[in-house]
Design a binder for this molecule. Structure first.
Ligand SMILES: CC(C)(COP(=O)(O)OP(=O)(O)OC[C@H]1O[C@@H](n2cnc3c(N)ncnc32)[C@H](O)[C@@H]1OP(=O)(O)O)[C@@H](O)C(=O)NCCC(=O)NCCS
Length: 204
């Protein structure tokens, strides 16, 4: 399938990105267990297209590692040192279809239910965004979800992303009539990210 893609020069990814509590790192073979368990949890998958079995979950891992190899960025494993080697993933990917807002790079996240509500995802997403606006030189990053996914939209807002309902759209990879077809779009410019990071640091 062909789709418009931002023309970004290849730069090799750092080995990891470390924050106060979380570490983003490359995938290891044993992470596939955690990924499969996470994607078999109906609570985690409530607002996502199903990943029906282990083979489909491994195909997700294959796509992630291929994206890193081809583009030098992608979905990192989120590790919480001293707590768990794999809690889920976050990172940046090329939007793999044509839409009104493409070409674009989007940020995504998915973590195991028992690690929700601790701020790990927002911290991890900030590390990935700093890499995207810095090393990769991105001017903007988008995020997408279904209107009902309030937790994901709360992360977007914590990151200083903004949403214009006029940009709501039908996801081209979701079949017509499917309950997950309608999506909301959030945007984050480099300036808004840097302003938000400053606010978080100064408590503003
Ligand atoms: C969407 C998802 C990643 C959000 O995870 P999350 O844990 O709610 O997000 P954060 O890591 O930012 O945590 C924020 C929460 O931690 C709390 N928190 C606790 N300790 C904290 C700390 N030290 N620092 C910051 N926040 C902290 C915050 O108050 C907030 O709580 P609230 O939800 O009660 O308001 C998660 O629900 C998920 O994986 N969902 C399933 C997959 C999915 O839908 N992905 C998105 C597809 S688009």
């Amino acid at each position: 399938m062909s789709f418009p893609m931002l023309d970004l020069p290849y730069s090799p990814p750092p080995e990891d990105l470390a924050g106060p509590r979380v570490r983003l790192r490359q995938w290891r073979p044993e992470d596939r267990e955690g990924l499969a368990a996470m994607q078999a949890d109906p609570v985690v998958m409530e607002h996502l297209m199903p990943v029906p079995d282990r083979a489909a979950s491994d195909a997700v891992a294959d796509r992630i590692t291929r994206h890193f190899a081809e583009h030098g960025f992608g979905l990192w494993v989120i590790e919480v040192p001293g707590v768990a080697p794999f809690i889920g993933y976050t990172g940046l990917v090329h939007v793999p279809y044509a839409a009104a807002f493409t070409p674009a790079v989007e940020i995504g996240w998915r973590i195991q239910k028992r690690f929700w509500g601790r701020g790990y995802v927002t911290e991890a997403a900030r590390l990935s965004l700093r890499d995207g606006f810095g090393r990769l030189g991105l001017a903007e990053v988008i995020a997408l979800t279904v209107p009902a996914n309030a937790r994901s939209q709360a992360v977007m807002r914590r990151l200083n992303m903004t949403h214009d309902p006029r940009e709501n759209f039908d996801h081209p990879l979701v079949p017509a009539g499917h309950r997950l077809r309608r999506h909301v779009l959030y945007r984050l410019t480099r300036a808004a990210f840097e302003g938000g990071a400053e606010e978080a640091a100064t408590g503003g």
